[in-house]
Every structure is written in C-alpha cells, then in structure tokens.
Ligand binder design. Structure first.
Ligand SMILES: Nc1ncnc2c1ncn2[C@@H]1O[C@H](COP(=O)(O)OP(=O)(O)OP(=O)(O)O)[C@@H](O)[C@H]1O
Ligand SMILES: [Mg+2]
Length: 390
C-alpha cells in the first residue's frame, strides 16, 4: 500500500516506515509533508492509498485542515496519530469520515491492527472477480494482436469495464504500440523479477495507460534471459489482476511457452483468430487439437474469423466442419481503418468509430458482456445510436 506521511517528526517517520515495510504486502511511504498545511497546499500528483497524519502538533485553529485533506483525497484512507487531541480536531476528523485514530507514542500492535482493517476495507471494495479472455493467432498475422488490443479498448470504452491487456508474446511483443504511443517503463519480465512486490497498486503502476480504465502490460523484454520467468509468476499476476480488473485480455502470440500455457490454463475463454483461407484452417486444426489434448473444454474455445469477406470460395460452414467447432464471431476485412489505426497507434474505435471493424468490435463486446450479464443486452444499439424502433 502506498502512503503519504504527514509529520515533522523524523523519528516517528522512521518508526512508521520500519513497521510498514515489515508488512506483507509492504506499506511504502511514498511522500512526506511536514504538516497538514503543507499537505493540503502541496497535493501529490498520484493519489496515495493511505495518509498517515501525525496530528500531535495540530492546534484547534488548524483542525479544519483535516477536513480539507480528506476532500483533497476522497478515495484515500486516513490514519490519525495524536497525543492529546483537541476535541475540535476529533469532531472534524469524525465529520470527515476518519475512522482510525491512534494514540502516540505508537503501540505497534494497535498500528498493525489498524492497517489490517484499512487494507481489508480497501481490498474488499475493489475485488472484481475478473474474467480472463485469451486471443491467439492460428497463423502469423491473422490479427490476434489487432483484435485483442482493440477489443480490450472497446470493452473499457463501450461497456465501462476496468480492463487489463497482457502481451504474452515471448519475443517482439508490440501490443502497446497498437493502441498507444507511450513507451512502457515496465514489462512482464520486470514484474516477474520483482514478483514479491505484486499487489494491485504495483500492477497498475507497471502499465501503459491507454484510458483511465484500460492499461496494457507490455511483453517481456529480456532477450538475454536474465530473468527467471516461471509459470507460478503467471498465477500470481492473474490472481491479483482478477481482483482488480473486470476483464484481463491476453494477447498470446503464436508461440505457446510455459508461461503462456499457464495463462491459457486459467483463461475463461480462448479465442483462436484465423482468416478464411486453407493455411489458416490447417494451422487452426493443429491448434484446436493441442487444446483438445490439453483437456480444454470445447465451450471455452470461441473461434473468431478475421478479415472476413462474404462470397468467397470457402464458406464459414466449410471452416466449421473442418475444425469441428462453431465460429463465435466474424470481423470484416477493413484494410483502411485497420492500417490507419495500427500505423497511428490509436484504437480503431477512437479513430474511426463508424467503420465496419469498429462496429464489429462493438458487437463482440456485446456478445461477451451479454454472456456474462444477460441484462446488458442492447448495449451495442444504445452506444451506436440504433433505436429499438428502427
Ligand atoms: N479486420 C482487419 N481488416 C484489415 N486488416 C486487418 C484486420 N485485422 C488485422 N489487420 C491487419 O493485419 C495486420 C496483422 O495483424 P496482427 O499484428 O494483429 O496479427 P497477429 O496475429 O498478432 O500476428 P503475429 O502472429 O505476428 O503476432 C495488422 O497490421 C492489421 O493492420
Ligand atoms: Mg501478434
């Protein structure tokens, strides 16, 4: 948990830092302010999860600053440390919704109990029970990265879900570039190297943020294999991700390795992406055979035909017969919109909202969210302005 410490007492600061770092997960003091006035006048750019306020030197006339601090950081839990608090301060603190007030000098057991209550309250509010949706190309260039990144953005933008995309390409992963021009500061291999730090806040801080509710975790960038990435790391990442995101979209790439296999094992649905052409169908068969031999249930596998054009020699039913599986969705061939979007690194829904491919992604969002929550039917019509009567 990341905390702001408000105190001019360096000994107390050191004591809190030492007690906090001994916790699992650790409490980190990310910033310090000398007093309440400085805290409200110099707010942090990144909201802390917790503010620990030493109010021992606060006078009655300064008590209103407590309320101002709480308004400044409405989502932040506040822990007040006091010696002999003026009644005015306690009344203000109660009014501001502060529930944790501890007496100084600090009793360590009481401090840890208070942090436990705060963590529980913060954690419970956020538990999301996320769904993991994997996209995998049957053949190189089928469009799995384009569809997974743009579908993830569409889920966040159209269905207002909190979405994380994880790029699992073992090498040359470039999912971030499909939807953003930012350079990732952290990658999957960096997270694996620091897996003991893993919690919701750490995961969030490692992402490239495309929208406030959509982040991308960039592919491992470790050609020398200096990081010992283990399948267990994937378990930890997905466990934390499922607690903090509604959907975790995986761009699996073509090479299945021990890490991506562990992720596929845990996916609620796997979307093999292929085009309506014989080489794709051949490779698709091989991939589905692998999934069958891994014991993956048929209903978890949902085929997506990309760059679909009606009237070709091969029909969808031919593909379904050859693969022994139904097609869940088709995405039309829309060269101009797709190329523009990929070249500019802007999601196609943002760049060309009314294009055929953007509409198709909207339908896929509707299909996926309707499977999960039947009451969300009609989302596509509402969002694209189609009315019931039309
Ligand atoms: N529906 C579509 N219409 C037109 N072009 C598309 C469509 N979907 C994808 N493309 C184009 O296909 C190209 C390859 O797509 P993408 O990189 O997503 O494939 P991939 O399956 O991830 O490949 P790899 O196996 O290399 O990871 C992209 O540059 C994109 O412009
Ligand atoms: Mg790809």
């Amino acid at each position: 948990m990341k905390a702001l410490m408000v105190s001019a007492d360096s000994l107390l600061h050191a004591e809190v830092a030492a007690q906090g770092s001994a916790r699992m997960p650790g409490l980190q003091l990310v910033a310090t302010r000398q007093g309440l006035r400085e805290a409200v006048e110099r707010p942090l750019a990144e909201l802390p999860e917790l503010a620990i306020v030493d109010a021992s030197a606060v006078t009655a006339s300064e008590a209103e600053l407590v309320e101002r601090l709480c308004k400044l950081y409405p989502a932040t839990s506040v822990l007040l440390l006091t010696r002999e608090p003026p009644p005015e301060l306690l009344i203000r603190a109660m009014r501001a919704g502060i529930r944790e007030v501890l007496q100084l000098p600090l009793v360590h057991s009481a401090f840890h109990e208070a942090l436990g209550r705060i963590e529980l309250a913060a954690g419970c509010g956020q538990l999301r029970n996320g769904k993991v949706l994997a996209f995998i190309s049957c053949k190189g260039g089928s469009g799995a990265t384009f569809l997974s990144t743009n579908f993830a953005y569409a889920l966040a933008a159209l269905a207002d879900k909190k979405v994380l995309l994880i790029d699992l390409h073992g090498q040359f992963g470039d999912a971030t570039l499909y939807v953003s021009d930012q350079k990732p500061a952290m990658t999957l291999s960096d997270i694996c190297a620091q897996i003991s730090r893993m919690d919701g806040a750490f995961l969030e801080s490692c992402l490239v943020h495309v929208a406030s509710n959509f982040g991308v975790l960039a592919a491992a960038d470790d050609p020398q294999h200096t990081v010992d990435m283990k399948p267990e790391h994937m378990d930890t990442i997905l466990r934390v991700a499922c607690q903090h995101y509604d959907y975790i979209v995986l761009d699996v790439g073509r090479q299945i390795d021990a890490i991506s296999l562990r992720a596929l094992d845990q996916a609620d649905a796997i979307h093999p992406v292929l085009q309506l052409a014989l080489p794709d169908i051949r490779d698709g068969r091989r991939l589905l055979d692998i999934f069958r031999s891994l014991g993956y249930a048929a209903e978890r596998i949902r085929l997506i035909v990309n760059r679909y054009e009606k009237g070709g020699k091969l029909r969808l039913t031919d593909l379904e017969q050859a693969l022994g599986a139904d097609v869940m969705h088709t995405v039309p061939n829309d060269y101009l919109s797709a190329t523009d979007s990929v070249n500019q690194g802007i999601p196609v829904l943002q760049l060309s909202r009314s294009s055929a491919v953007a509409r198709s992604l909207g339908e896929l969002v509707e299909l996926v969210t309707a499977r999960r929550a039947p009451e969300s039917k009609g989302l596509f019509d509402r969002l694209f302005g189609r009315h019931e009567a039309e």
